[in-house]
Write a protein that binds this ligand. Structure first.
Ligand SMILES: Nc1nc2c(ncn2[C@@H]2O[C@H](COP(=O)(O)OP(=O)(O)OP(=O)(O)O)[C@@H](O)[C@H]2O)c(=O)[nH]1
Ligand SMILES: [Mg+2]
Length: 606
């Protein structure tokens, strides 16, 4: 048996490195409201962590989700209950590679077969906690590791904690035999990591064959970064290789800044009928723990060091969460912007379509020409709305069909335009998201096209608009003379003229090419158009009708864009989630310094 370093004589307690981190500058003011005690600050942090999600598939999201869960677990499993009871028994979590002999070692230290040891890997699936009978009440009440169900029988359930008492184990100290950290069983690995985060002291067990494995070193590094108190057992070392292996491991520990962790080297030996190791082999380790159990100050120093280390590690860890939350927000904004740009483009196309006369072609133009009829009645048009209306009324009197057809032509022209722009916008928003790492995950194929009921809604929207125009004409262009039987025609005809004016609202008049044929009709049509555009009353009505149409188009397209935007809204963290996290971590950091935990630790390890 070789013991490298004697922690008990070095510091009077197995406390390890003194923490030298400077106080996290007063970057955040202390909370002026709420509970600024350390437990209060930790509860606030827990809340801030719980309130933040990382659903968008960004490179930082996976590890943020993982970290958030691990931090919440650590707060619940260890930090909050430990702070509430600083004098509770010291918990030694025995962790390490599979089959390293962890259970055998725990059984041997407590001189009873409390945890099954075996040849089948992994043997330990459900953690076993062994303590002196006088400490059982504390562990049974479940403040520590509250997510694990206490059992009195051995179990294979990874969410169970088998509680055993052993009179041979002194009071004030408990061992938790954990599943293997490098398990082929996922649940084992996750549980082992969670248990280690709840340890006051991590007794890391490895063997001559396994000590260079990568996984344990990763965990050791993170435990070191957390300032946890660690002791090492190199188990089952063949006598002839002891010096060489111990020297190599010591070197590795020094390289990882773990040189001050006590190292116990146990030779390969036999187990007795109960599966226990000979007392002579475990004696140095047993003595070390006996001294620790007997020395309340030493135990308190270990607890404070691990606790303060874990608290100090919160700040940078939460900072990474806050950054990830900011990235989620920025990504959600970026995705929204792609959608908004696509649908703004659609709106602009409609607006342009209303300005460049594009809509005043084909069917609409033909129906318009038909509607105004032959030129006879339009040779001399007055620019007054009332007169114009007279003329138009005269033109359509007795010929309602062309009016209906014109109205339908306007409707279908607009609907066609809307379907086109909605298709383009959906496609552009879809492609924009597909090219974004966080966007692709939010898509479903239907989003590449306008919604199924878009044509129906567009038709309804255009008809509502047309009704609105007629209402406008009725209200604003109302003239008592037309309240007679011709009123409906008058309103209808003027309304249609206003709609046509909307389609050509920048004084666009169809070109000679469009109007080249059918001289009589086209002259009349053009004359009427000119009359319409020349008329201030019609221009005013048209401007209102145009604004109304664009507002309705916007509403329609907004509903289309919402199919995308609702997805980011569901995913988006609160606007200040990142800052909330930073503030909460800042408060913990301040409370930690005020608590004197770190100062006590520095004294303890001196
Ligand atoms: N000869 C000898 N056998 C040992 C020693 N330590 C453990 N064993 C045996 O090695 C096997 C594994 O030991 P366990 O104590 O179950 O190992 P473990 O680390 O708890 O394993 P998991 O729970 O699966 O991670 C058992 O068959 C033990 O009897 C030792 O020092 N010498
Ligand atoms: Mg085991």
């Amino acid at each position: 048996m070789t013991t490298h370093g004697d922690p008990a004589t070095r510091s009077g307690a197995p406390a390890v490195a003194a923490r030298t981190d400077p106080p996290a500058a007063a970057e955040e003011p202390p909370a002026t409201t709420g509970d600024d005690s350390l437990p209060g600050a930790l509860s606030g942090l827990r809340e801030a962590i719980g309130a933040t999600r990382y659903p968008l598939a960004l490179p930082s999201a996976g590890s943020a989700r993982h970290t958030a869960t691990a931090l919440t677990d650590q707060l619940d499993d260890y930090l909050l209950p430990r702070l509430a009871r600083l004098d509770a028994p010291l918990l030694v979590v025995v962790g390490g590679s599979t089959g390293a002999g962890k259970s055998t070692l725990v059984n041997s230290l407590v001189k009873a077969r409390v945890s099954a040891a075996g040849v089948l890997r992994p043997t330990t699936r459900s953690p076993v906690l062994v303590c002196n009978p006088s400490d059982a009440a504390w562990f049974r009440q479940g403040d520590l590791l509250p997510g694990l169900t206490r059992t009195t029988e051995p179990s294979d359930d990874p969410r169970a904690l088998h509680l055993v008492t052993a009179p041979a184990l002194p009071a004030g100290l408990a061992f938790l035999d954990a599943p293997d950290i490098d398990s082929v069983v996922d649940a084992n690995r996750a549980l082992a990591t969670q248990l280690l985060a709840a340890a006051d002291l991590w007794l890391f067990v490895t063997t001559a064959a396994r000590y260079a494995d990568a996984v344990p070193w990763e965990l050791l590094r993170s435990a070191r970064a957390r300032g946890a108190v660690i002791a090492m057992v190199l188990d089952r070392v063949p006598a002839e290789a002891t010096d060489e292996i111990a020297a190599h491991l010591t070197e590795m520990l020094a390289e990882q800044d773990l040189g001050r962790a006590p190292l116990f080297v146990l030779p390969e030996t036999w187990t007795d009928g109960q599966g226990l190791l000979p007392e002579g082999v475990t004696a140095p380790l047993a003595d070390w723990f006996a001294r620790l159990a007997a020395d309340a100050d030493a135990r308190a120093a270990v607890v404070r060091q691990t606790l303060d280390g874990a608290l100090a590690a919160l700040h940078p860890t939460v900072e990474a969460l806050a950054d990830a939350a900011d990235e989620q927000l920025a990504a959600a904004d970026g995705l929204d912007e792609r959608v908004r740009a696509a649908y703004r483009g659609a709106e602009r196309t409609v607006e342009q379509g209303l300005q460049d006369g594009r809509l005043l072609r084909g069917e609409v133009l033909a129906r318009w020409q038909e509607f105004v009829g032959t030129g006879e009645l339009f040779r001399t048009l007055e620019a007054r709305i009332g007169r114009l209306r007279d003329r138009v009324v005269a033109a359509v009197t007795g010929r309602p069909a062309p009016a209906v057809e014109l109205r339908n032509a306007i409707e279908s022209q607009l609907v066609t335009l809307l379907r086109g722009v909605a298709s383009e916008a959906a496609e552009s928003a879809y492609t924009g998201w597909k090219a974004h790492p966080a966007g692709a995950g939010l898509l479903d194929p239907a989003l590449a096209h306008p919604s199924d009921d878009l044509p129906e809604r567009a038709e309804r929207m255009v008809r509502d608009w047309q009704r609105g125009v007629l209402e406008l004409v009725r209200v604003e262009g109302g003239d008592k003379r037309f309240v007679a039987r011709t009123a409906a025609y008058a309103v209808n005809a003027t309304g249609l003229a206003v709609m046509i004016a909307v389609f050509a609202s920048t004084a666009f008049i169809p070109t000679g090419l469009e109007l080249a044929t059918g001289a009589g009709t086209t002259v009349a049509a053009q004359a009427v158009l000119q009359a319409i555009f020349g008329d201030q009353a019609v221009r005013t009505l048209a401007a209102k009708a145009r604004t109304d149409l664009l507002a309705r188009v916007r509403t329609l397209l907004d509903a289309e864009a919402d199919r995308f935007l609702s997805r980011t809204a569901d995913a988006r963290p609160a606007a200040d989630a990142g800052d909330d996290l930073r503030r909460a971590a800042g408060r913990v950091e301040l409370a930690r310094h005020r608590s004197g935990l770190s100062a006590a630790d520095e004294e303890g390890s001196r």
